[in-house]
Write a new protein. Structure first.
Length: 398
């Protein structure tokens, strides 16, 4: 019955992480998977999260099924964080928000929803983009195209080429955008570029789908949401997926959200209803525990303050690691190849290393990067930065 089914090639990121786990070398360094590690190379448990969990567990109650749309307190907290407490779209009831299984679940539910109501549309993602973006939308039945984004020569953004490409695609095309801390390149639009891009999307009747997986890891919680707030300000209907995996260090709890900004409250109610239908067809309803933890933190003033402080410290540590790898490589790399470690931001940096060089880093030095050359800067610490720099220098010298 199943003899015709071919082997699954695996996810390039998760497969590489599995190879790292099996590597017996004691000096190995994992800079492949997008996870934030602390200075000791451990996955942190945030104090605000631990306190919220302790409070919830002390008052344990029954755990019935949640509504298909998710926990109400969680959904309200998601809206406030993503759009701002005083967002006019929230005040007017124009935002339909759903609790989802992480950011990936938000993307998939959104993709299923869009395929039903825009069956002829095609999707456009940045070149490059997170590998799973293409997978999610193709599995939902979409044709996925790319628009210019990363400039290999400068380590920066091909903004003019990006605008030119999006200017000529068909109306009602779906354009996937990274709100901040672009994965995999670490290259973001500045505020003026966002304003110009959003004006183009509005004028050409394109439908933005914003992926915001790293809010708080770039320029701060508010600035990282600039694209979302500007879309609302310019009156553009759009979708946004957000995740609490990174900024709450709750990877395994799969806490995410999908929000759709509509023209009025009636549209939003209809959209929310159809989104819950997509949830019912996929997994029926979301889990309870992680959503309760996130809602507790975001709606309890002292926990919210503590969480924001911890998140800012995580962001600052990533910045220090960028400075450290830059300092350690300055005798071996120069120009744009060196400055990109500081000009790019967030958890990831495109190193400019080739697939062959990334392979040699892994095989000869136990330093794991993606074949694209993407480095997870959040995996660096004071002890392994010199090891990584020495390995990169050795690979570049050959």
């Amino acid at each position: 019955m199943f003899a015709h089914i071919e082997a699954f090639p695996g996810d390039p990121i998760l497969s590489l992480n599995e190879s790292f786990q099996q590597d017996p070398r004691t000096n190995k360094v994992n800079l492949s998977i997008g996870i934030y590690f602390d200075d000791d190379g451990r996955l942190p448990v945030m104090e605000a999260v631990a306190k919220a969990e302790a409070s919830l567990l002390a008052d344990m109650g029954p755990r019935p099924y949640l509504p298909m749309s998710g926990l109400v307190a969680y959904r309200n907290a998601v809206q406030a964080l993503v759009f701002g407490e005083d967002s006019p779209a929230r005040a007017e009831g124009r935002v339909a928000t759903l609790q989802t299984l992480g950011g990936s679940g938000a993307l998939r539910v959104g993709a299923d929803f869009l395929k039903r109501y825009y069956p002829e549309a095609q999707v456009w993602i940045s070149d490059p983009s997170w590998e799973n973006h293409r997978v999610v939308f193709e599995r939902a039945g979409f044709t996925v195209n790319t628009y210019p984004y990363y400039d290999e020569a400068t380590g920066g953004l091909k903004f003019d080429a990006m605008m030119d490409a999006l200017r000529v695609i068909p109306k009602r095309s779906i354009v996937l955008l990274h709100a901040c801390c672009h994965n995999p390149t670490g290259v973001d639009l500045d505020k003026d570029q966002w304003r110009r891009l959003i004006a183009l999307l509005k004028a050409n009747e394109l439908l933005p789908f914003v992926d915001m997986a790293y809010q708080g890891f770039g320029a701060g919680l508010e600035d990282d949401a600039f694209a979302v707030r500007e879309l609302v300000a310019q009156g553009v209907p759009f979708l946004v997926a957000n995740s609490f995996s990174k900024n709450f260090s709750l990877y395994g709890e799969r806490c995410g959200g999908l929000s759709v900004v509509c023209n009025n409250a009636t549209e939003a109610a209809n959209v929310l209803g159809q989104l819950t239908g997509a949830v019912r067809a996929n997994y029926s309803n979301p889990p309870t525990h992680g959503a309760r933890v996130v809602a507790k933190v975001l709606t309890t003033p002292e926990l919210r303050t503590l969480w924001e402080s911890e998140l800012a410290a995580m962001c600052a540590r990533i910045a220090r690691m960028r400075e450290a790898i830059h300092h350690n490589l300055r005798d071996h790399v120069s120009g744009e190849a060196l400055s990109r470690y500081l000009t790019q931001r967030g958890m990831f940096t495109y190193t400019g290393l080739s697939a062959d060089q990334a392979e040699r880093l892994r095989e000869e030095h136990g330093v794991y990067l993606l074949r694209s050359g993407r480095m997870c800067v959040a995996g660096l610490n004071e002890r392994n930065v010199p090891v990584v720099a020495k390995a990169i220098a050795a690979v570049l010298a050959r």
